[in-house]
Design a protein around this ligand. Structure first.
Ligand code: KMH
Ligand code: ZN
Length: 306
């Protein structure tokens, strides 16, 4: 009945290596995971870079370049770079990879929020790296800053790179931010929104919240393409609802490490295969990368700078 754009958020900048031996960290692991996701039917990979030695989130453009060029050589999957990276980095660092490599798509976090990942530390018995525990615990006093000033700067960077912003919305207030940026010409329609639920500091991952956000966004912004992203076990529940509301679905280890209760996913491809199995049960088919480009109005893989 519908073409569903499946995004795989491969590694993110929140989960730490001690949480799963399958979390991709090195450029080669990210490249291999991207190809596995493509073969499984994914249309977009959402990419963060990490220090290959320590697994720490990294804004290094060279790491992004290494992954992006190799993935592009293997398949035409859409690459969506993060500009979220790590809550402590200045926006210039966060946006460097997008500005330099000019991917088709990049995340655009549409407002500030607390990003409480410290509870994760309570569940980890043994750490592989000394940076992990302070990194997680530090979020208790951290905030993910996306002020109006930085939102304006970021939207200008996206325009310069001809990269489509994927608007990350964690709570209803961010819809007002988007409406303001559209009214002032900083963001251009047609918009693409990723509703990100279940982050401690944003709205919780419930069907009611997803439907509320979608309806509020429709009232405020009119038509837009959109996808649902949820943490942990909510990933498949909200992805299933979104795909039956005309939306799309994001899965992946950035948001959820588990294939089933207590069973770690061995690859992001397993999570992609699962959401596609669910989609097919509803009579939907996964969109190919080129079908997704048409749906989202992307510039094309030949227009990137890598
Ligand atoms: N790492 C989080 C602070 C994004 O990719 O822009 C934000 C994040 C969303 O990962
Ligand atoms: Zn991300």
């Amino acid at each position: 009945m519908a073409k569903i754009i499946v995004t795989a958020a491969l590694t993110g900048g929140v989960n730490v290596p001690s949480m799963s031996p399958y979390l991709p960290v090195t450029p080669q692991q990210l490249i291999d995971e991207s190809k596995r996701v493509y073969d499984a039917g994914g249309a977009i990979v959402h990419i963060h870079a990490r220090n290959p030695e320590t697994g720490q989130p990294s804004p290094s453009v060279e790491l992004f370049r290494e992954v992006a060029t190799s993935v592009k050589a293997k398949c035409n999957i859409i690459q969506c770079f993060t500009t979220g990276g790590n809550v402590e980095w200045p926006v210039a660092d966060r946006a460097k990879a997008v500005l330099t490599l000019q991917p088709e798509l990049g995340t655009f976090n549409a407002g500030s929020l607390n990003f409480g990942i410290f509870p994760i530390a309570e569940g980890i018995k043994e750490y592989k790296y000394t940076w992990e525990k302070p990194f997680l615990q530090g979020s208790e006093n951290g905030i993910f800053p996306n002020t109006f000033k930085t939102l304006k700067e970021l939207s200008q960077l996206f325009a310069e790179s001809n990269t489509k912003p994927e608007l990350e919305v964690y709570d209803a207030g961010m819809l007002n931010n988007i409406a303001y940026l559209v009214s002032k010409g900083y963001l251009k329609k047609p918009l693409h929104i990723q509703f990100v639920l279940g982050i401690m500091g944003g709205m919780m991952a419930t069907p009611g919240n997803l439907i509320f956000l979608y309806n509020s966004a429709r009232e405020l912004l009119g038509e837009f393409t959109w996808s649902a992203c949820a943490s942990g076990r909510h990933q498949f529940v909200l992805g299933s609802i979104a795909m039956n509301m005309g939306g799309h679905a994001r899965v992946g280890m950035e948001d959820n490490l588990y294939l089933n209760k207590g069973v770690l996913a061995k690859s992001n491809a397993e999570l992609v295969e699962k959401i596609i199995r669910i989609a097919r049960e509803f009579g939907h088919e996964p969109a190919t990368p080129d079908e997704a480009r048409k749906i989202l109005g992307l510039k094309g893989i030949d227009k990137v700078n890598f």
